[in-house]
Design a protein around this ligand. Structure first.
Ligand SMILES: C[S@@+](CC[C@H](N)C(=O)[O-])C[C@H]1O[C@@H](n2cnc3c(N)ncnc32)[C@H](O)[C@@H]1O
Ligand code: SF4
Length: 349
């Protein structure tokens, strides 16, 4: 079982981002954590958690906007539920994650840190609405390494209007110079309700850049999902694609248990008042099969042949004959993650 914790605060809003976060509600931090701990109690019971949480992911928003002391009670509470060797990741922004904060996280038992770097090019960073510069990003990674973090990941965004092969090569060359063992590389998506949404010109629609950046990263790291590459593969990421149960706490978090999905309310004030106001979606057998096919083809997880009906099996044969997927130990594996959705849709029929 996995645990996701949402921290809905950011210092500023990047032009592309639609994740649930607030820049002007930092005064609500203490009340927010109180409610989050109440919801956590409730979820640990609902999920019948014992010592079986294999990974924790504290994401956002920007977890590094929250001073370390706010996390103390949280880590105390989850301690008895963690499996030995559990992966504990925290997301951090290069300008707010200072040495003291990073060292405190390490002391709490966090063993993986993921920085929202996006690029090492100062012009591109400004273009994206980021508040850090290249030097700060490099410093943040090096500081985490000096604090003892062995698992460091960075996020990179590509397919912006400024991207060229030369710029992306420089981004990845710089990344490889740093003590990281994981990169998440995301194609820029123009999300609704963001300043970028109406500006189609900010995105370079060139799918070749995806292959270009992936090939470069693959020289050092294995691609284990469309956007994820690593020497070390995140247990948390893999857990989602393996369709494991996950607890989601914090406003706009999502949880999943067997055949139910839980949606926590998105509004922070409402969440603080009523952290247990959670809506439930019941998933049918067919919904679960479709999800498993989509998630399996996006990643190295693959799809168990046993879940496919006769028609799907026939279409799988077609994909195998076209050399798009391969079968190994009764599972189907996609050979090109960038075609994942297309292949999944074909298989589902
Ligand atoms: C929710 S953010 C958290 C990281 C942290 N707040 C930071 O930005 O430093 C996780 C990652 O999602 C990616 N992301 C968010 N919106 C995106 C978009 N519209 N297109 C592509 N990637 C996006 C960024 O790479 C970002 O680092
Ligand atoms: S990318 Fe990160 S810092 Fe920027 S608005 Fe989104 S969550 Fe906040």
């Amino acid at each position: 079982m996995l645990l996701y914790v949402h921290i809905p605060f950011c210092d500023s809003k990047c032009f592309y981002c639609s994740f649930g976060s607030y820049v002007e509600k930092h005064h609500l931090k203490a009340a927010y954590i109180d409610s989050l701990l109440k919801q956590l109690d409730f979820e640990l019971k609902r999920f019948e958690a014992k010592k079986n949480i294999e990974s924790v992911f504290i994401g956002g928003g920007t977890p590094s906007t929250l001073e370390a002391s706010y996390y103390e009670k949280f880590f105390k509470k989850i301690e008895p539920y963690l499996q030995d060797g559990a992966e504990i990741t925290v997301e951090a922004n290069p300008n707010s994650a200072k040495q003291e904060w990073i060292a405190n996280m390490k002391n709490f038992g966090v063993n993986r840190i993921s920085f929202g770097v996006q690029s090492f090019d100062n012009k591109k960073l400004k273009f994206l609405g980021r508040t850090h510069n290249s030097k700060q990003a490099i410093n943040a990674v090096e500081t985490a390494y000096r604090c003892g973090f062995e698992n460091i990941s960075i996020d990179i965004i590509y397919e912006t209007a400024l991207d060229t092969e030369k710029l992306l090569k420089k981004d990845i060359d710089t990344a490889f110079f740093l003590p990281i063992n994981h990169i998440s590389a995301y194609a820029l998506t123009l999300e609704e309700n963001t300043p970028f949404f109406e500006k189609k010109e900010v995105k370079k629609d060139d799918e070749h850049l995806g292959y270009f950046i992936a090939d470069m990263i693959k020289e050092k790291f294995e691609q284990y999902e469309i956007s994820n590459f690593g020497d070390y593969k995140s247990k948390h990421n893999l857990g989602y694609w393996q369709h494991k149960d996950y607890i989601g706490v914090g406003c706009s978090a999502v949880g999943f248990l067997k055949n139910r999905r839980f949606y926590v309310c998105e509004d922070i004030e409402e969440y603080i008042k009523e952290p247990l106001k959670i809506s439930v979606e019941n998933l049918s057998k067919q919904d679960l099969i479709i999800e498993k096919i989509f998630l399996g083809f996006r990643s190295i997880v693959g799809v168990d042949i046993k879940i496919l009906d006769e028609d799907m099996l026939k279409r799988a044969e077609i994909l195998k004959n076209e050399n798009k997927i391969q079968e190994k130990n009764n599972r189907l594996y996609n050979k090109n993650f960038f075609l994942a959705d297309e292949l999944a849709l074909f298989l589902i029929g």
